[in-house]
Write a protein that binds this ligand. Structure first.
Ligand SMILES: NC(=O)c1ccc[n+]([C@@H]2O[C@H](COP(=O)([O-])OP(=O)(O)OC[C@H]3O[C@@H](n4cnc5c(N)ncnc54)[C@H](OP(=O)(O)O)[C@@H]3O)[C@@H](O)[C@H]2O)c1
Length: 233
């Protein structure tokens, strides 16, 4: 199968690339980012499966980028302004990257030619906390993070609604991890916010991309369960 990873240069994207390259069911991995996707040093024998696509415009895809998206079976979308980078991004830029790029991606992927009969599977990685309105916010929090969480909460509905009206050309799933840790990235304990290891979330999302969606929203616990089970096999 052909898998597209949007944001293949990021913290989660790099792990997805590495695991996807050694996944026997995945024959082509297209990493699409604003810069080249480095081939992981650990998997030299499988890097032939990797296609690095640099995209200069995530709102209006150039034709040569659209061509690389044709005949895909699944996409995992990781591009966003993360809370750590929020202060260095204007609100306008944050909305464009978090919402505009995700919606343009799903619309573009639903429109490019595909030979397959089954739907393209689109996984959008959001965060654990994504309220639909302010009444769901029960404790004080940074106003910038709150506005972004509200934006991305509404975006979950927009993505699922978009998929619903594609006549099964595309199906969508929202992944809702808590803080993501890695051996070289320990994360602080924050009350009410779960944690997941990067290898587990990557394995879970690849499993869902390959086998189909268990449900349209995956919680942190769902992804630990699915990811650890996939890694144990
Ligand atoms: N890390 C966590 O603990 C955590 C927890 C919960 C949810 N998440 C979610 O998981 C997803 C991935 O997070 P991550 O930690 O992997 O983030 P990341 O390391 O910052 O990677 C984000 C990706 O988006 C790209 N990107 C950012 N701004 C861009 C822009 N203006 N134009 C084009 N590309 C842009 C980055 O490209 P460059 O590499 O060129 O910067 C990178 O490929 C996000 O949706 C995040 O909210 C993360």
């Amino acid at each position: 199968m052909k898998l597209i990873i949007g944001g293949s240069t990021g913290f989660v994207g790099a792990e997805l690339i590495q695991q996807a390259l050694s996944h026997p069911a995945i024959t082509t991995v297209v990493g699409i980012s604003r810069r080249e996707t480095p081939a992981p040093a650990e998997s030299p024998s499988t890097t032939a499966k990797l296609v690095s696509v640099v995209c200069d415009d995530f709102e209006h895809y150039p034709d040569h980028v659209k061509k690389e998206l044709e005949n895909a079976d699944a996409c995992i979308w990781t591009i966003a302004v993360t809370p750590a980078k929020l202060k260095s991004s204007s609100w306008e830029e944050t909305v464009k990257v978090c919402r505009g790029y995700a919606l343009a991606a799903i619309e573009t992927m639903a429109a490019v030619p595909r030979k397959q009969d089954g739907p393209l599977r689109f996984i959008y990685i959001n965060g654990h906390f994504a309220p639909r309105d302010r009444s769901e916010v029960t404790q004080p929090m940074d106003s910038g993070i709150l506005e972004m969480a509200l934006l991305r909460g509404k975006l979950e509905d927009e993505i699922l609604a978009y998929a619903d009206q594609t006549n099964n050309a595309l199906v969508a799933c929202i992944a809702k991890p808590g803080l993501i840790s890695a051996p070289d990235r320990k994360v602080p304990s924050i009350p009410g916010l779960p944690q997941i290891e990067r290898r587990d979330i990557a394995a879970a999302l690849l499993h869902q991309a390959v086998t189909g969606f268990e449900k349209d929203m995956l919680s942190n616990d769902d992804m630990i369960r699915i990811g650890q089970s996939a890694l144990s096999k």
